[in-house]
Structures are given as C-alpha cells and as structure tokens.
Design a protein around this ligand. Structure first.
Ligand SMILES: Nc1ncnc2c1ncn2[C@@H]1O[C@H](COP(=O)(O)OP(=O)(O)O)[C@@H](O)[C@H]1O
Ligand SMILES: [Mg+2]
Length: 355
C-alpha cells in the first residue's frame, strides 16, 4: 500500500507499506515495482499518478474511470452524455454565472465543489438567490467551476454495488436504502423496501453505468428515488463503498473480496443477500485520542458485528467504524444495528493512558 500516514489502516495487512504522498513520483514508481496489479481506495488521488503507474502495471479500475468519477463535472458530463438520468445541473465559474445557473436549475439548489468533496463536505444548500453569494464565498472558484444542481425532494436514497470482471462479467448486489445526515452516510438497510420494478430499474442503471465506464472492480452508484418511481443517479464511486460494508456479514462474497477478484481477473463470487441486514456508521463526536466503550453491550445481540477501522485520530463526524446487524427483515436488522451503535461511545483517553 501507498499511504503517507504512518498509521495507515491498510498497513497492518499489507506486505509493504510505502510511506509517501499519493502523488509522489517515487512512491508511485515503488508501488508499480512491487505490485502485479494496482487499485485505489481513495478517489482523491491525482489521475496523473494512476496514469504513471498504468505505464508499468495494470491499474484497475483504470485511470480513465478514476478521472471520470473523481471530478463532479466530468462525472455529470459522463452521465449526461450517456443518457443516464440526473438532477438538473449546471456549472459556474463566477458568482455571476452561479446566479444564472441557479435560475436554470431551479430552487432550492445545492452548490458543490468540483473536486475532493466527500461526506457532504464542500457543498452548500441554497434556498433563495440571497444564499448564492455566501455559497460562492464559502466554496470559492479556485478548484475550478462549481457544480450547481437542483435539490431533489427524494422519497429515499438508494445505492447499488455492481462488480465487473476483466472479461465483462457482471454481478450486482441488492439494492439498498441509504440514509444521510447532513451529507454523511449514517445508515444502510438491505434490501431496500421498494417495489420490484424500482429495484430492477436501479439495478439496470448501475450495470449500464459499469459497462459505459468499462469498469473493472466494484462501483457504487448512489441514487435518488422520486415520488413517482423515477430514479436519478446522484454519484459514482469506483471502489468498495460505505453503502456496501454490510456485504461483509450478509453476503458470501463481500464487496472487498469481489473487488480483489475483479481486479485480479478471477471469477466473481456470489452476490446474493443471505440475510436482511443493516449497517450503522460509528462517527467521531469529539476531537483527540479516544477509546471505544460499550462494546460488550453492543455485542450482546449475537446478530451484531462490530468493525473498527483503526484510525488513529477521532474527530467530529469522522467515520471510525460501523456495526452491521442481521435480522428477520431490514427493519428488524436496522433496529438491532441502531441499538448496538447507541451503546457505543468514544470516551476521551487520559493523557497518561495514551499509547
Ligand atoms: N441535489 C441533491 N438533492 C438532494 N440531496 C442532495 C443533493 N446533493 C446531495 N444531496 C445530499 O447530500 C448527500 C451527499 O452528497 P453527494 O453529492 O453524494 O456528495 P458526497 O461526495 O459528499 O457523498 C447525498 O447523499 C444527499 O443526501
Ligand atoms: Mg455521495
């Protein structure tokens, strides 16, 4: 793995940890030298780096797929050019252009930075024309044009993880329901309690997008479900995604194993949902060293599993782990996962107890 952090979560399971920045030419050369095939877990790496590695080793998904998905404008253009349904959107490279763009997409709207936003960071919701100036000031145009899109009054958010192998074989996981709080994913329920026709529409969309991207690996497609059954594509992530973490416990092939199978050119595994499941994220609620308490209580439900990412630092709303619960149905699973998550707390660690 290439990761600048000495506490890289992947380092303990990697053969070699190359400590260099994601765009370090030396680090990338070393990564290419020591690997048979290269993939990425973070999209906010420079596509130039992926292209550099690609000269020596297969990068899967490809640098072209990475480039299309990591930049909101390129992603929107890709979706539009292939005829996939998206919220009305526009780009704007100045405050004046933002005013005009807002009029064309309609109110309320959301203004987003074009690059490196995640977990709802880098976006501002605007209800009236008066909000636009503050959004422009907060986000700035220094990263390139801002993306402005209509705020969609969705009835639910859905997500689909699709895997595509080297030979184009596709396997798709259940359509799940996701819940975001202020832009950050907090809960997932699998399967999504939606009519079969809607689940089918979401599945076909995800598989078509994977094909259009010429994807090798797994792809998460985030969607908005509208009142009349229409499904719009919100965002793409060409990697294992938070909305698919439940697959570790609820499917015979997790999204992580599936990704590795796909990029190594191995046959894909079964994606059937073996039991209804739900996932609740564990977010940091303070800054500084902290210790997780309540584990015994959380695990007193035998259908609950706890996953911690080993991130060295806690900060407010940082994703630090998740709980998955299996259940008799998605609602039962969700109730169990919520109960377990509610029992868990980050307690500040006294200075003397710090490792
Ligand atoms: N146009 C929109 N209409 C309604 N909700 C939105 C819109 N854009 C973003 N959101 C909300 O914010 C969340 C995060 O936005 P998203 O564009 O997926 O960015 P991120 O990269 O932070 O995940 C979405 O899952 C959704 O809940
Ligand atoms: Mg998103």
């Amino acid at each position: 793995v290439l990761d600048p952090s000495p506490q890289a979560p992947a380092a303990p399971v990697a053969d070699v940890h190359i400590r260099a920045s994601f765009d370090s030419a030396d680090g990338l050369a070393e990564l290419a030298r020591t690997s048979d095939v290269v993939t990425f877990e973070v999209e906010h790496t420079a596509p130039d780096g992926a292209r550099q590695v690609e000269l020596r080793r297969p990068v899967r998904p490809s640098s072209a797929t990475l480039a299309a998905c990591q930049h909101r404008l390129r992603e929107k253009r890709f979706l539009r050019d292939h005829g996939f349904p998206v919220a009305p959107w526009h780009e704007a490279d100045s405050a004046a252009a933002l005013d005009a763009a807002a009029r064309s997409v309609g109110w309320p709207c959301v203004v987003k930075i074009p690059f490196a936003g995640y977990d709802g960071r880098g976006q501002v919701r605007c209800a009236t024309p008066g909000d636009l100036a503050a959004a422009a000031a907060a986000l700035g145009f220094d990263r390139g044009p801002l993306v402005i899109e209509r705020h969609i009054p969705f009835v639910a958010e859905l997500a689909v993880i699709v895997a595509r192998g080297l030979d184009g074989e596709r396997r798709t996981y259940s359509v799940v329901k996701t819940v975001h709080d202020d832009g950050i994913l907090v809960e997932v329920a699998a399967p999504a309690a939606v009519p079969q026709a809607i689940a089918e529409r979401a599945r076909v969309l995800a598989e078509s997008i994977a094909g259009a991207l010429d994807l090798v690996g797994v792809l998460a497609v985030e969607m908005f479900l509208l009142e009349r059954g229409e499904v719009l594509v919100n965002e793409l992530a060409p990697r294992p995604h938070n909305s698919g973490h439940y697959t570790i416990n609820a499917c015979s092939t997790s999204q992580f194993e599936q990704h590795v199978r796909a990029i190594c050119g191995l046959p894909l595994g079964e994606t059937t949902l073996l039991r209804p499941a739900a996932m609740v994220n564990l977010l940091g609620d303070r800054r500084g060293p902290a210790r997780l308490t309540g584990v015994e209580q959380a695990l007193s439900d035998p259908q609950v599993s706890l996953h911690l990412y080993g991130k060295a630092e806690v900060w407010p709303r940082r994703k630090l782990g998740h709980v998955t619960a299996l259940g008799d149905g998605p609602d039962d699973a969700l109730a169990r996962a919520r109960r377990a998550a509610a029992a868990l707390r980050w307690e500040p660690l006294a200075a003397s107890a710090r490792p």
